[in-house]
Design a protein around this ligand. Structure first.
Ligand code: URP
Ligand code: ZN
Ligand code: ZN
Ligand code: ZN
Length: 507
């Protein structure tokens, strides 16, 4: 698959993706409203060789520069999706989108970078990492990796160190759910947290109480509830709240920052809000599905329809999504992911007579930018600057790649989208770029359309057409000791200082 580096694309496989002759390396995006997380201005953006060279009004350029008119449109940093699962071995199958189809979908929806969760193989981190390096050879956009920790031993500790110091990994995910497969115990989690702190790596947590979930699944199934609605019934939000609170407290005990992935409920939100109010360093990531949907869809009498919404933690009853939107608007939650983890109807059908066997996961990598625009900006909940922050900049900062990514500044990578606020977008599995046959947002229509995506300084999406190249995607190494670790050494020192009896009253 490295044979595509000469400018050819994967046309023979994906019919909706088109080849384009070698594109200009010099682009001027003219006349748009350039929006960063902290500032917006009417300006032109000049790009050369994949890098933003200049952001200023009325830039004059020579004839060999491709001009893109952005009058009346928003010019923003490309989206960064902090949470995806491409070609992931999971629940006896493998998620359907690979690093090419998933990323092509991302680019068509205005996302220009993602961070995927590499899974160990039988607890072996090095083997898991290597397998993901291979899978990602077909990439057509920039990507990074988180690594999951699914057990604990000396080798895991050693491999974490190698991954951080030599392989560009700066975050590790711990699953408190999926008993019998990915789940870790509190003891394993604690060891992992300690190691994360030592390495300057961000600990991430899937927060559901896996023991109680297993109990709940048996209880619901034995009541004779076998359909997709059994999924949310078996793992209610109280179990997400419990695990979120526990994870935050354990991370605080170790004094290392924590990132809670896919925050789906008010229960989890309350734990995060309380901790943040106490100054505890916890980041909360809601996902598109949790923000946009409620659990009524899981009661659809058609199995195929209901099953496409099965993910964990489950999509919650109405009200939770509104609370998550509010928390995102007021800063209790910081950024939006997708948890893009797709399965075809055929794959989902494995659980036709037992909800416990339905592969967990939903689509979102292509839809996130449009849906969040509609939910949050069109509704008036946040500004366009805040939209940039929650879809791109915050992610770049948290994972320590700002301002290479997440900003339209001279010197930043030329990953840029042009959004037309007056044109509409309609979502359908008939037109989406994911490989699956369903879409959880089927038929949704909204104001706002990402007309152009520029990735690595090249136009990869325009006029409803993709121009992508297999193998053009670059691995973006992520460095440890990001902003969440700033000053942590001083907090440690203050904590130890406070153990001294002479200072106990002061702290
Ligand atoms: O249902 C989900 N979320 N599938 C992907 C794995 C995970 O827990 O993130
Ligand atoms: Zn998870
Ligand atoms: Zn996930
Ligand atoms: Zn003192």
């Amino acid at each position: 698959s490295s044979g595509f580096s000469d400018g050819m694309c994967g046309l023979e496989v994906e019919e909706r993706l088109n080849c384009m002759p070698v594109s200009s390396s010099k682009i001027l995006v003219r006349g748009g409203i350039v929006v960063n997380a902290d500032y917006q201005q009417n300006a032109d953006v000049y790009i050369e060789d994949g890098i933003i060279k200049l952001v200023a009004p009325n830039i004059k350029v020579s004839d060999d520069v491709k001009i893109i008119d952005a009058t009346g449109k928003f010019v923003m940093p490309g989206g960064i999706d902090p949470h995806t699962h491409l070609e992931m071995p999971f629940m006896g199958t493998e998620s359907a989108d690979n690093f090419f189809t998933g990323q092509a979908a991302a680019l068509a929806g205005g996302t220009t970078m993602h961070i995927d969760f590499a899974l160990p193989i039988d607890g072996d981190l090095a083997a898991g990492y290597d397998s993901y390096v291979k899978k990602a050879e077909i990439s057509c956009m920039d990507y990074g990796f988180h690594m999951a920790i699914t057990t604990w031993n000396e080798n895991v500790a050693k491999d974490m160190e190698t991954l951080v110091k030599e392989k560009g990994i700066n975050s590790f995910k711990f699953f408190l759910a999926y008993k019998g497969s990915l789940m870790v115990t509190d003891e394993e989690f604690l060891q992992g947290l300690k190691k994360c702190k030592e390495l300057g790596a961000l600990a991430q947590v899937h927060a559901e109480n896996g023991d109680a979930v297993a109990e709940g699944q048996t209880r619901i199934f034995e009541l004779g509830i076998t359909g997709p609605e059994g999924h949310p019934l078996s793992r209610p939000s109280v179990l997400e709240g419990e695990a979120t609170g526990r994870a935050i407290k354990l991370a605080h005990f170790v004094n290392t920052p924590l990132y809670v992935v896919h925050v789906m409920s008010i229960d989890a939100l309350d734990e995060i809000a309380r901790a943040r109010a106490q100054g505890i360093r916890v980041v909360g990531e809601p996902v598109t599905s949790g923000l946009a949907l409620n659990d009524s869809v899981l009661w659809d009498s058609d199995f195929q329809t209901a099953a496409k919404y099965v993910m964990s933690p489950p999509i919650r009853p109405a009200g939770h999504n509104k609370a998550l939107q509010a928390a995102l608007a007021n800063g209790i939650l910081q950024l939006v992911g997708t948890d893009h983890c797709t399965f075809t109807s055929e794959q989902k059908a494995v659980g036709k007579h037992d909800f416990r066997k339905i592969p967990n996961g939903v689509n979102g990598i292509e839809e996130r930018m449009h849906i969040i625009w509609d939910l949050m900006v069109n509704s008036g909940k946040i500004s366009v600057k805040d939209y940039v922050r929650i879809t791109s900049t915050a992610c770049a900062q948290i994972f320590n790649i700002y301002p290479q990514k997440g900003a339209i500044l001279a010197g930043s990578d030329a990953d840029i989208i042009i959004l037309n606020p007056s044109r509409s977008t309609t979502i359908s599995s008939k037109t989406h770029h994911s490989t699956i046959d369903t879409n959880i947002y089927e038929g949704w229509s909204m104001k706002g359309n990402i007309e152009v995506t520029i990735s690595q300084g090249k136009v990869v999406w325009a006029n409803g057409q993709l121009f992508v190249e297999r193998g053009a995607g670059r691995y973006i190494p992520l460095s440890p000791f990001g902003p969440l670790f700033d000053g942590l050494d001083k907090l440690d020192a203050a904590r130890i200082h406070s153990y001294n009896p002479r200072h106990r009253t002061v702290v």
